[in-house]
Design a protein around this ligand. Sequence first.
Ligand code: GDP
Ligand code: MG
Length: 312
Amino acid sequence: MTLAEQLLSGDRRALARALTLAERGGAEAHALLAAVFPHTGAARTIGVTGPPGAGKSSLVAALAAEWRRRGVTVGIIAVDPSSPYTGGAILGDRIRMQGLGGDAGVFIRSMASRGRPGGLARAADDAIALLDAAGFEIVLVETVGAGQGEISIARSAQSTVVVEVPGLGDDVQTLKAGLLEAADLLVVNKADRPGAEETLRRLRAMRAIGLARHAGWEVPVLPAVATTGEGMGEIIAALEAHRRYLQSSDAIARHALERAAQALNDAAGELAHERLRADEQAYRAALDEIANRRSSPHAVAARLLALGQPPS
Ligand SMILES: Nc1nc2c(ncn2[C@@H]2O[C@H](COP(=O)(O)OP(=O)(O)O)[C@@H](O)[C@H]2O)c(=O)[nH]1
Ligand SMILES: [Mg+2]
């Protein structure tokens, strides 16, 4: 059996190997992704993002535990470019705390894709596709909501959960606007701490001024205590409502096309990058050519990518 066939049959070791390949990128990874791609699309993908320490990993583990109680399988990808290993270990600890350690219905992987051309977003996308192909019904992607890149990874999922914590005080304006705008669902985690009611109230008030990724969807603002599992039922219900909303509107088809455009762009960029670097000597000569103003970057790029002259 090929690696793709093993993966599609649900072999966990094949999945782990496939994820390692995807993390590195390159021809073998492209071929694997091409083979499994027609078998993807069934998974329900959910991004979880928010500031460091908000309790994203705890929430992901608590949600996974609740889905497992309902017999649903869950694949988890933790994207933490600043500390890939600790990030994964911390999420792993949370999973163990939820008693999901030896459960074959849960698969967790942390991504460390520094150096892959096309970056973390491509690697995360491919990892989602692989977990999808391996048959996981839910795929959760945790990213730190620190930069546009990480937020856009969470946004590429069908639904995005943004995690905040009590204590926003009067500083709602200073909240990262890009982060809140990415939310289909806002969770005020650590609701066992003082100030939770106030934070919930403020975020619900902000919703009135147009916090919505899609028109016609009112972003639910829900409290949670990830460490005890409080609020998970409500979050899952809200995610189900969001899925029904996506299916009833044309949002899901639009989203699929937006993702396709992004994925095609990324793939083209990655291919171009690989081709440029295929001959390191020619690449360095080309840099020299541009630095010394003998040729324009466009002309050199067109030549190296064998596209002929760009239209003038
Ligand atoms: N009091 C309280 N602490 C929490 C809650 N959720 C997470 N924590 C704690 O917050 C810290 C950061 O949690 P973690 O899930 O690693 O956050 P992440 O960086 O957003 O992934 C840990 O010490 C957790 O135990 C909660 O609901 N209430
Ligand atoms: Mg985390």
